[in-house]
Write a new protein. Structure first.
Length: 357
C-alpha cells in the first residue's frame, strides 16, 4: 500500500479563518489512523486536504516520499468513502462498483473479476443485480466501500461513514471495516466524532480540538495517559470526572472532601504543594467501600455494570461505573473510593506526570 506524511499542514480560508493548525503525522504502510474530535475541530477538513478536495494553505503532503501537495485529487491514487454513500440510484450495485473502472476504460474481463472479488469480501455477491434503493443503509455503505476496493488505491479515506446508520448497523459495519482493514492491510485515514469507533478501529488516534492536534497515540495511550483535560474528557464513556483540588499535607483537598494519596502520587505532585490542580477520575476507576460519601440521584443498570450518579462534598457531581448490578435509589448514600487518579495543571490543563519536572 503506502506511507503518507503530513508535514506542518495548515488550512486558512479566504476570510482568514484558520481551520487546521500545524498538523503533523507520519502514517505507516498499512496503518489505520482515526481522526476524532467534536464537530468543527478540523478533522474532516484535514481529510479533505489529503484527498485533494481542499487546497493546503501551508505545509507538505507526501505519499511514499513524493510531494503531492499540489497534485489534483484524481491523480493521488486515493479512494474516499463518504457518509452519504454517493451511489447512483439508476445503476445496479454491480454498475456502481464498476463505474470508476469503466471510466478508466479497463478491460471488461478485469473489471468483472475485480467487482466479484470486492463483492465476495463484503458479502454483496447476491446483491449485485439490485438497485441501491433495494438495500439497507449498511449494505449501501458496503457498496460504497466496494467501489473504493475495486480501484486498488494506495490510501483509503473514510469521512464519518457510519453516521447515517442506526446503532446496531453502526456496530456491525464498524466490525466489517476492521476486518476489511486486516484483510487488505490497507493504509487508511478515518474521520469520526464517535470515540467508540476511534477506540475500536484505530492503530493510532489523532484527537483534535479547534483545529489543533491535542494528542496522537494508540487508543490505550489516549485512554490511559491523556495529555490534557480535553483528551481526558473526550476519550472515555462515561466521561472522566473532574474536581478542583489543592495538594496540601500529602492529600488532595476539595470542596467538602479529601482524597489520600500514595507515596508515588505525592512524589508526582511535589512541585504543586499548596497549589490548586485538577483531579481527574474515570467512572470505571471508582469502587465501592472508600472514604468518600456520595448521595445518589440516579442509578442506571447496564447488566454487567451499573452507572451511579450522585453528589459528594459541597454538591459536586460524580459518576461511578460499578461492577455488577446495583439497586441504589435517589437519596441513598454510598461510600466510594478513587482507585486510579489523573492530575492536571490548573492553568495549562496539561497532564502532570512523574518525571515531567
Amino acid at each position: 500500500m503506502a506511507e503518507l506524511s503530513l508535514h506542518h499542514i495548515d488550512k486558512i480560508y479566504d476570510n482568514n479563518v484558520q481551520a487546521v493548525y500545524d498538523f503533523n503525522i507520519d502514517i505507516k504502510d498499512g496503518e489505520l489512523i482515526v481522526l476524532v474530535g467534536p464537530s468543527g475541530c478540523g478533522k474532516s477538513t484535514t481529510l479533505r486536504m489529503v484527498a485533494g478536495l481542499e487546497d493546503i494553505s501551508n505545509g507538505n503532503l507526501l505519499l511514499d516520499g513524493r510531494d503531492i501537495t499540489r497534485v489534483p485529487a484524481k491523480d493521488r491514487d486515493m479512494a474516499m468513502v463518504f457518509q452519504n454513500y454517493a451511489l447512483y440510484g439508476h445503476m445496479t450495485i454491480y454498475e456502481n462498483m464498476a463505474f470508476s473502472l469503466v471510466l478508466r476504460k479497463e478491460d471488461p474481463n478485469v473489471i468483472h473479476k475485480k467487482v466479484l472479488a470486492a463483492a465476495e469480501i463484503l458479502g454483496l455477491t447476491s446483491q449485485l443485480n439490485k438497485k441501491p434503493s433495494q438495500l439497507s443503509g449498511g449494505q449501501r455503505q458496503r457498496v460504497a466501500m466496494g467501489r473504493s476496493i475495486v480501484r486498488s488505491p494506495k490510501v483509503f479515506l473514510f469521512d464519518e461513514p457510519l453516521s447515517n446508520l442506526d446503532a446496531k448497523l453502526r456496530g456491525a459495519t464498524r466490525r466489517e471495516i476492521l476486518l476489511l482493514h486486516k484483510r487488505l492491510n490497507a493504509t487508511m485515514m478515518y474521520v469520526t466524532h464517535d470515540q467508540t469507533e476511534a477506540l475500536t478501529l484505530a492503530d493510532r488516534i489523532v484527537c483534535m480540538s479547534m483545529g489543533h492536534v491535542q494528542q496522537i497515540g494508540t487508543p490505550l495511550e489516549l485512554y490511559d495517559s491523556p495529555n490534557n483535560t480535553f483528551v481526558a474528557g473526550f476519550i472515555g464513556l462515561p466521561p472522566m470526572n473532574f474536581f478542583d483540588v489543592t495538594f496540601q499535607d500529602g492529600a488532595l483537598k476539595g470542596k467538602g472532601f479529601e482524597v489520600q494519596l500514595s507515596d508515588e502520587e505525592k512524589a508526582t505532585l511535589a512541585d504543586y504543594n499548596r497549589k490548586q490542580i485538577t483531579l481527574g477520575v474515570r467512572p470505571e476507576d471508582i469502587a465501592e467501600g472508600g472514604s468518600l460519601t456520595v448521595k445518589v440521584f440516579s442509578n442506571e443498570n447496564l447488566g454487567m455494570n451499573t452507572l451511579v450518579h450522585g453528589h459528594m462534598g459541597d454538591n459536586l457531581r460524580v459518576s461511578a461505573k460499578l461492577r455488577g448490578w446495583s439497586n441504589y435509589r435517589a437519596g441513598d448514600t454510598v461510600q466510594l473510593g478513587f482507585k486510579r487518579k489523573h492530575f492536571f495543571d490548573k492553568e495549562t490543563t496539561n497532564a502532570i506526570r512523574k518525571g515531567d519536572r
